[in-house]
Design a protein around this ligand. Sequence first.
Ligand code: SF4
Length: 338
Amino acid sequence: MDIHSINKQELTEIIEKNKLNPSEELLSAARSVRNKYYGNRIFVRGLIEFTNYCKNNCFYCGIRAGNKNARRYRLTEEEIMQCCDEGNRLGFNTFVLQGGEDGYFTDEKICGIVSRIKSKYPDCAVTLSIGEKTRESYKAYRDAGADRYLLRHETANNGHYKRLHPKEMLLENRKQCLYTLRELGFQVGAGFMVGSPYQTSEMLAEDLIFLRELQPHMVGIGPFIPHCDSIFADRQAGTLQLTLTMLALVRLTLPKTLLPSTTALGTIDPEGREKGFDAGANVVMPNLSPTSVRGDYALYNDKICTGDESAQCVKCLRGRIERAGYVMDMGRGDSLTI
Ligand code: SF4
């Protein structure tokens, strides 16, 4: 199947055909492509969720500004450094600083934290995931030493984007941010929810076409899972089968991209992450945040691994990866995408 030249209609048909039960042909094609470029290694990133304050109100999110039930927290710079120290002790070479769009963390503060991590751990990659910012802000982060930036586009269809976000949030702006980040030399991660409210197979095909155009270095996709305090509290979660179908199709669309098997996938199915590897994924992102705040970074309900110490998480993940027939790689794991 040459997925690179097929159109939206044909992609939609493939998604429709596989969405309830991804075919072995599709999954094994995705595995072969992943193995061709990355072998059977699964890269590990240390995730530090450093603030759950956010000025936005995305309808699907448990930490949106309008949720008065969320218990808010911010880590101090010292606490963030302690997470990195613990990560370094455990062998991590990538730190992902993720948070809501929190005005408390000014560009100056973010740049200060990034430079401090990079001077203490110069061989490590620093990834930021802190939302939509201006070109100037992104440039400042890059100059401070940040290597990568994750910004999920969530859906590439404008009408769908409007049904998932308040009117002040614009898909056009989000896409522009992704192109700007790429231009500034970041390794860029886009991504989307699978099974979100109002989503159709045709919209998922549009996501693949957008990714084909953007050529991101990473793609984070996971099932939509409702949060009890979000606008979509009573919606159905996305399914394992459709998520595996989309993981495999992303892998075939972007052979050299880095593709996480997400915590959300592990939340909807106890073997979800292992099944993700078998659909072409090759990254996991265990949590390095202090256990005292992990449960409060609740984008969705029933998130797994909120209670275990980081060392415990790494041990558990290594076991899972090896039992599934893969090798855990704690190196920087840069993307082969140019
Ligand atoms: S999805 Fe992100 S930007 Fe939207 S409300 Fe949640 S944390 Fe904020």
